[in-house]
Write a protein that binds this ligand. Structure first.
Ligand code: SAM
Length: 182
């Protein structure tokens, strides 16, 4: 796997309606291998939860905001993938997307409400995770897992305050370095 960064842009956010969804876009981006999430201006409050989880469970993972998401897309120095139910099937394009990430950074755009048509036009790839309507969180999760071919599941986290020890039953969370992590 190359080291070129994967950024997720949460485009659009309806205050009061999208709070949890926007937070979950950030958490899913982090957990499934992206390097950074960028949230549009009105989603600023949602960044706190993602920063807090990164502080507690480890990184690196960057959380940023932008007041100009369309400009952010236009000026992104790399390939742009827009996840949309109207796009080409992910299984048909993911190898080309991976090749583009070999060459440089990747921007993955997920919407909330109607996405402006200029985003469809600017994106190198409009990608459907099925051509059925569902959710930005689900489409992002499947996209990242296909992009990284499952390798993100074995990722090591740096500087966590706590580590979950997988158990067949029950919950076990330890502090790193107490010898109980394996
Ligand atoms: N009608 C909206 C539109 O114009 O795209 C869809 C809104 S949907 C609730 C919110 C976001 O979920 C979309 O912008 C897209 O990023 C993502 N999404 C929903 N279904 C998808 C699918 N089948 N494949 C890829 N992304 C999807």
């Amino acid at each position: 796997m190359t080291d070129h960064d994967v950024t997720v842009l949460r485009l659009g956010h309806r205050p009061g309606r999208d709070e949890r969804m926007t937070t979950h876009v950030g958490l899913t981006a982090r957990a499934l291998g992206a390097d950074r999430v960028v949230m549009a201006g009105s989603a600023r409050n949602q960044t706190d939860t993602v920063v807090d989880i990164t502080d507690r469970f480890g990184g690196p993972f960057a959380v940023e905001t932008t007041d100009e998401p369309k400009r952010f897309i236009r000026e992104f120095d790399g390939a742009v993938v827009h996840l949309t139910m109207y796009g080409e099937p992910i299984q048909d394009v993911i190898e080309d997307v991976r090749a583009d990430r070999e060459a440089g950074p990747l921007l993955v755009v997920v919407g909330a409400e109607k996405v402006p048509f200029e985003v469809y036009e600017h994106a190198e790839y409009n990608v459907g995770v099925t051509n059925q309507p569902h959710s930005e969180v689900a489409s992002l999760a499947v996209f990242l897992d296909r992009l990284f071919e499952g390798q993100e599941l074995d990722r090591e986290w740096e500087d966590p305050d706590r580590v979950v020890v997988p158990k067949e039953t029950g919950k076990k969370v330890v502090e790193p370095g107490d010898g109980d992590e394996d």
